[in-house]
Design a protein around this ligand. Structure first.
Ligand code: NI
Ligand code: MN
Length: 225
């Protein structure tokens, strides 16, 4: 899989012929001025929860590409009511989409849509394709539930929130890497807002000292998993 960082918690994952866009928040992100939303390709748009900083551009991208929105039952149905293709899931469930599989896992956070509508429980995802498994944490606290993940999946790379304040900070993200038993982490949900600024050098050093590779990706950077 080819993983491209588009800022905040937004990634484009290429799985064979299909492109999955995760939690698109590009237009309001001043750090992501180099990314044109109109140029983003997607066959699927995967949404972890209802907060604005995870789905601001979801409708535009799904409409531009006739893509399928995959999310909680509540969020998927919300986009279905707008006439978009959708696939509802809930935590604990897995689905084979052909080129890739998704398992929805627990995230400890909150979730409501920008208009205040209830959005179900927040989620993380395991995305599997070509024999590789990526864990995408969504917005979450550190939770012991993460220890369930390696019972079924060998996680090649974990995409972990680590901006603190709203989610795990770097120390808990490092513990999360241990819980899911991965040695490779890509950071997300950092630096976009003043609340979630992190010190890059000390964060990378903390991970490396524990034997875990950490990439704090540049916007537009592509990483092969
Ligand atoms: Ni959130
Ligand atoms: Mn968030």
């Amino acid at each position: 899989m080819k993983v491209t960082f588009l800022g905040h918690s937004t990634f484009s994952i290429q799985t064979g012929e299909k492109t999955v866009v995760l939690d698109p928040f590009v237009t309001p992100n001043q750090l992501a001025n180099s990314i044109e939303v109109a140029s983003i390709k997607a066959d699927y748009v995967l949404l972890s929860h209802g907060h604005q900083d995870h789905l601001y551009d979801a409708e535009t991208i799904a409409r531009n590409n006739d893509a399928v929105v995959i999310s909680s039952f509540e969020i998927a149905s919300y986009y279905g009511a707008k006439g978009l293709k959708y696939h509802p899931m809930n935590t604990g469930g897995s689905k084979d989409f052909g080129e890739f599989k998704v398992k929805a896992v627990n995230a400890i956070h909150s979730s409501s849509l920008p208009d205040g509508m209830y959005a179900g429980n927040p989620m993380g995802f395991i995305i599997s394709s070509g024999g590789k498994n990526i864990y995408y944490s969504g917005d979450t606290a550190l939770t012991l539930d993460m220890q369930l993940i390696p019972l079924d999946f060998s996680i090649d790379t974990a995409l972990l929130c680590m901006g603190d304040n709203f989610t795990m900070g770097p120390a808990d993200a490092l513990r999360a890497a241990g819980f899911v038993k991965t040695k490779k982490v890509i950071g997300m949900h950092f630096d976009t807002f003043p609340y979630i600024l992190i010190d890059h050098a000390s964060t990378i050093a903390t991970f490396n000292n524990a034997g875990v590779e950490l990439i704090l990706p540049a916007i537009g950077q592509t990483i092969e998993i």
